[in-house]
Write a protein of this length. Structure first.
Length: 449
């Protein structure tokens, strides 16, 4: 991990690229979960409300990743191939597309919030706070879209440390804002979930400004201007969407399936919703580590493919999986072992603590499959094999992840543990399929830039 990789005149250190991404993802998780952690000391209903609202927001924000991910993949391939003249067009296309999408989504949330909560079977007592949180945070979605877009540009240029520092500042702003707006400060009233939403919106605005500043400072000569789109690069746009829609579709399908399974959890009661939220929060520690490694690896793989160094791409792919799968499993096992005191930090409800312990045992098996999936999917996307992961993901996530979740959790009465078993089966099935896909080596013949 600490060694230097040389690709087409570029030098990369996976360790130097990975640890800032890990810290960034950790801080990003805190920005979302700090609302729920601090609200847990306010009231339990607010936790359930924000947990459901955040599930909606997380799913919708993934639509921005469609464009951002395409930008990262294309930039890494073009830079690896030495074709820098395309970069300005990619910057501008990504900014325009994500900004337009964010405005449409914001309008949709304002008009359809009540219908979404009804569809999700959110308990009635949690709906007022969930709606206020959702509507306030929806107003800042354009800022979130631009923040993710410029972050993608920086990531393609391996400027991970800049992103990490910006995310750290955002997190500090969120904690201070939550303290003031949730609990009240001086003459300021206690706003609960609405206060958490205000703080989150302020963070997104600050994050957008910092990422934009960091990008133009770190990449001299970079341009985001409509002038670079004259004449309009229709071919580049088609390639952009051809990569972005399938690549982003895999993650979007996953989160939509998670939102659907949340309907089953809501039927089990508020304590199950709360347990699920805390379990996801702990599980994200494993997710963030392998996600950080996979993001750094995918950049290197993209440069390798652009430079036609396929053997190097294959070696780095397997090196990461063999190194980090055992590490991820150890972390998951430790979380399962100490689940009781960990859940006890955030809840005094014995039902939440007992259920959380059972869920975290299943989580160990889930993480085995997810470790493979995250690396496999990102690297398949980086080499241009974008359709297979989304087709496989949609089939497995909905048939196994949702269908079996209902069968075990609701029909057979296993509750949240049954839902988690279905998630683990889905992750491990996809891991086997993606491993076979990579080993067959068809990705070496896929046309890139």
């Amino acid at each position: 991990m600490s060694r230097t990789i040389h690709v087409a005149g570029h030098q990369f250190s996976l360790l130097a690229m990975t640890w800032p991404v890990f810290i960034e993802l950790l801080l990003q998780m805190l920005v979302g979960n700090i609302d729920q952690i601090m609200l847990s000391h306010y009231n339990a209903t607010a936790v359930a409300a924000v947990g459901n609202a955040n599930q909606i927001m997380t799913t919708l924000i993934l639509t921005f990743n469609v464009i951002s991910l395409a930008a990262t993949i294309m930039l890494s391939q073009y830079l690896g191939a030495g074709e820098r003249e395309k970069a300005d067009q990619i910057y501008t296309l990504a900014v325009c597309l994500n900004l337009a999408v964010s405005l449409v989504i914001t309008l949709g949330l304002v008009l359809g919030a009540d219908g979404l909560f009804q569809l999700m079977q959110l308990p009635m007592e949690a709906r007022p706070e969930a709606k206020s949180y959702l509507l306030i945070t929806a107003a800042s979605l354009p800022c979130q879209a631009l923040m993710l877009t410029f972050s993608a540009f920086l990531r393609a240029h391996a400027k991970m440390l800049v992103i990490m520092c910006s995310t750290g500042i955002i997190n500090l702003i969120n904690i201070v804002g939550n303290t003031a707006f949730i609990y009240g400060f001086g003459p300021m009233p206690q706003l609960g979930a609405a206060g958490a939403a205000i703080s989150t919106s302020i963070c997104r605005t600050a994050g957008m400004l910092m990422m934009m500043y960091a990008f133009f400072r770190a990449i001299p000569g970079a341009r985001v201007s409509l002038k670079v789109l004259r004449p309009f690069p229709t071919g580049l746009l088609k390639r952009f969407l051809g990569i972005g829609l399938p690549a982003g579709g895999e993650g979007l399908s996953y989160n939509l399936s998670q939102s659907t399974s949340l309907v089953f959890v809501n039927l089990l009661g508020t304590f199950a919703v709360t347990t699920r939220m805390y379990a996801n929060m702990f599980a994200q520690v494993c997710y963030m580590l392998i996600s950080a490694v996979s993001q750094a690896t995918a950049i290197v793989i993209g440069y390798c493919v652009g430079a036609k160094e396929f053997d190097l791409a294959n070696r780095e792919h397997w090196r990461v999986i063999k190194t980090f799968t055992p590490i991820t499993l150890v972390i998951a096992a430790v979380l399962a072992l100490f689940a009781q005191p960990l859940f006890g930090l955030f809840s005094a409800d014995p039902k939440v603590i007992a259920l959380g312990q059972q869920v975290m045992i299943v989580e160990v098996f889930l993480e085995l499959g997810r470790c493979f999936n995250i690396v496999m999917v990102r690297n398949l996307q980086a080499v241009g094999d974008v359709k297979f992961p989304v087709i496989t993901g949609i089939c497995s996530q909905w048939i196994v992840g949702v269908g079996v979740a209902w069968l075990l959790g609701i029909h057979f009465g296993l509750g949240l543990v049954g839902v988690w078993i279905a998630f683990a089966l889905d992750e491990n099935l996809r891991a086997v399929i993606f491993t076979i896909r990579w080993k067959r080596g068809k990705w070496r013949q896929i046309k890139t830039v």
